[in-house]
Unconditional design. Structure first.
Length: 220
């Protein structure tokens, strides 16, 4: 049986981008998150192996887990069904988008189950098992990587955050040890909100068109 640390080294990184969820529901999860803007929060997660003690489960996870981060774009919609939807509701530019409601953010077990179902859909757990997620990056690390994504140097980031650039470099090294090489593609996976913004824009246009159509029908 593999050591748990060996399995951790192969863990899929799950980058969760959550659109429109009430702040208090996210805070209640007690997981570090970073607000990219007023509507989108980012969490960096991975499965927690503390409950994976059966050899069969460990082997199954190793077989279904591939390296590299996966972006999970969640749209908060209080009207959707409580049932976890593993298949994406829609795809924009190859990026999967799914919906969640308040029950999915109501407690840590429900949120973990949602993320595992969406991030590792081929993993089959026994009915009496659930796999928790754990955070990878701290809030400070997310903040620094966000500034790197925006094109700032370590020196400029240090000036902006009022800490030394050497401390910034240390944080960046810690991020690399957790995520691997910090490439433009990785930063794009972490912080790009294009898919969610495109989805929101399309939804807004549909709502406007639908409202206009209803007004026309009522006035006819």
């Amino acid at each position: 049986m593999r050591e748990r640390n060996d399995l951790r080294s192969e863990t899929k990184i799950l980058v969760v981008k959550l659109l429109g969820a009430p702040a208090h529901l996210i805070k209640d999860l007690a997981l570090p998150f970073y607000n990219v803007n007023d509507n989108v929060a980012v969490l960096t997660l991975r499965p927690d192996f503390d409950l994976i003690r059966r050899k069969t489960l460990s082997q199954q996870f190793a077989e279904t887990c591939s390296l590299g981060p996966l972006a999970i774009n969640l749209v908060f919609d209080p009207a959707v069904d409580d049932q976890i939807t593993v298949e994406p509701v829609s795809e924009i530019a190859g990026t999967k988008i799914a919906h969640c409601n308040a029950s999915h953010l109501d407690n840590f077990e429900a949120f973990s189950s949602l993320i595992i179902a969406l991030g590792l859909p081929d993993l089959r757990l026994p009915d009496d098992f659930w796999m928790p997620v754990e955070s990878i990056l701290t809030l400070r690390e997310l903040e620094i990587l966000r500034l790197v994504y925006q094109g700032f140097s370590s020196k400029k980031i240090g000036e902006y955050l009022a800490i030394s650039h050497r401390t910034i470099e240390l944080h960046r090294q810690n991020c690399s040890s957790k995520l691997g090489q910090i490439t433009p593609l990785l930063l794009e996976t972490l912080f790009s909100t294009m898919a969610l913004e495109t989805y929101y824009w399309g939804l807004s246009r549909w709502q406007v068109a639908n409202t206009a159509q209803q007004h026309l029908l009522m006035s006819a």
